[in-house]
Design a protein around this ligand. Structure first.
Ligand code: SF4
Ligand code: SF4
Length: 486
């Protein structure tokens, strides 16, 4: 198995440094950047944001399109309603999502992290708010050095401006975090009810606490922790290198072209001076949200945001050098080879993904939104009626998982001449679980033994929904007929 080695960058004076396991975070002042890949990130980030915030407001058949109704134990996703009985499907869905992620990672590296991961998208919004309130990188560095409002010498005007900018930034962060928290809980509580109950101070304490929790979680994750979530908390960042091979797309600095790095005049014949294309401007480091230097090689901290590509391409353009000193490439390409899709890992993940998707689609297609259960009355085994019939009592549970009310017809197999009381037709509302007490009566002569297998068949009027459940019909020991041994 070929793997791209990841490398941990440590300072040269390693021996003289004491490592602290809980090292203090060094603040990263990220420079704003524009370019081709940042525009693509906007195109992927906006639909995600809009989808997240608008989806709960869309109704389908008079019900919130995506609603995880935990008290009712029902998940409404677009036109489908999933019940606890469908959790196998949910498990499959998670397995499909995992294999899709493995497949995409083997093919395109950390494209999920860089373009669609909610942590990345939300952090980008928070960074934009920070830049809006406090200015560009250099202004933020300067602002941090400004003393607070009150100094030993008295009031400080610059400190006042600093406080105002900080207030603005944190208000924007908290506002967006609150919007995120409310929307998230809206997927479980119902967004309209949540807003109405919040405005009228009717929101239950549990729901309000969850809103506050997710607001704070968003504020801390995207505002304060940012890249630390990716580096220290995200498990995917840790094991994604297992999926990489030498043909996985990675963001890489072309060392053979860039070195020897160094400053030079724009019109200088730098090749004669023994210099490569890297002018050592550190723009690629300044725009990096995780604060790494991609020129040191592939590092697990790199989230694949491509900001360094856009920054370096801009510099290359200004220097009239060819773009692509930092680019999407593969280890094989960097070594002079070519890319291929014929890789065991990629084919394996792809095949598993295809098979699981087909199986899931088939299961979804064949899924019947009706479930039944039969429970025998445990108090009385059977009853012998005056007319000589034998009676057993059952509770038939009909779970109508359809989105429409249905009239169900119940019939019995395995017991001839049986009568169902109080009847054999029952109305069940959409999403209702109805327990029906059924008395089953049959002549003693119809019994072939004292314990007989029977089947309750439940069918909707249009015969679209059908489900059956088995139970046992009990009766007295049949009297042996003359001539047979006891
Ligand atoms: S942005 Fe490009 S030229 Fe500037 S330091 Fe980075 S790799 Fe070198
Ligand atoms: S090294 Fe480049 S791609 Fe990786 S996180 Fe930093 S800026 Fe983004």
């Amino acid at each position: 198995m070929q793997k791209i080695p990841t490398q941990e960058i440590r300072p040269d004076n390693l021996d003289s440094r004491v490592f602290n396991l809980y090292e203090k975070r060094e603040k990263i002042y990220t420079r704003g950047v524009e370019g081709f890949f940042q525009r693509i990130r906007l195109l992927t980030g906006w639909p995600l944001l809009l989808g997240y915030f608008l989806l709960p407001w869309i109704n389908i058949d008079g019900r919130q399109a995506v609603l995880f109704d935990l008290p009712a134990r029902q998940f409404h996703i677009l036109w489908l309603t999933f019940w606890p009985q469908d959790f196998v499907l949910l498990g499959w869905l998670l397995a499909i999502a995992a294999f899709a992620l493995f497949f995409v990672t083997t093919l395109w590296g950390r494209v999920w992290c860089g373009y669609t991961c909610p942590q990345t998208v939300w952090t980008a919004i928070f960074m934009w708010a920070e830049q809006f309130a406090e200015g560009e990188r250099n202004q933020r560095i300067k602002l941090d050095k400004v003393p607070s409002i009150l100094t030993p010498r008295g009031w400080n005007k610059a400190g006042l401006i600093k406080t105002w900018k900080r207030l603005l930034k944190h208000s924007m962060w908290l506002g967006f975090a609150a919007l995120t928290g409310i929307t998230f809980i809206g997927y479980f509580y119902g967004i309209r009810d949540l807003v109405i109950d919040s405005i009228s101070w009717q929101l239950p304490l549990v729901a309000a606490s969850w809103v506050v929790f997710f607001t704070l979680a968003t504020y801390i994750n995207a505002g304060w922790m940012r890249e630390q979530v990716c580096i220290y908390m995200c498990p995917y960042a840790r094991f994604q290198s297992v999926m990489f091979d030498r043909d996985t797309l990675v963001i890489s600095y072309d060392e053979s072209r860039g070195e020897q790095r160094g400053p030079r005049r724009r019109d200088a014949d730098y090749k004669k001076e023994g210099l490569g294309d890297c002018i050592d401007c550190t723009m690629c480091v300044q725009v990096c949200p995780t604060g790494i230097d991609i020129r040191d090689g592939l590092q697990y901290q790199c989230i694949g945001c491509a900001a360094c590509i856009d920054a370096c391409d801009d510099i290359m353009e200004k220097m009239h050098y060819p773009k692509g000193l930092i680019s999407y490439t593969t280890q094989n390409k960097l070594a002079g080879g070519s890319w291929t899709w014929k890789r065991p890992k990629l084919i394996g993940y792809g095949a598993a993904l295809l098979v699981m998707t087909l199986l899931f689609a088939t299961a979804l297609w064949l899924r019947v939104p009706l479930n039944t259960e039969v429970i025998r009355d445990r108090g009385v085994l059977y009853q012998e009626l005056a007319n000589g019939n034998i009676e057993n009592v059952f509770t038939l549970r009909i779970i109508n998982m359809d989105r429409q009310a249905q009239t169900f017809q119940v019939s019995l197999n395995g017991l001839s001449d049986a009568t169902l009381l109080p009847g054999n037709q029952f109305d069940v509302e959409a999403g209702e679980i109805r327990d029906v007490l059924l008395r089953v009566q049959a002549p003693a002569s119809a019994l072939s033994g004292s314990n007989q297998l029977i089947e309750f068949l439940v069918e909707s009027a249009d015969q679209r929904l059908r489900s059956s459940s088995e139970s046992r019909f009990l009766g007295p020991q049949p009297v042996p007929t003359r001539g047979t041994s006891p």
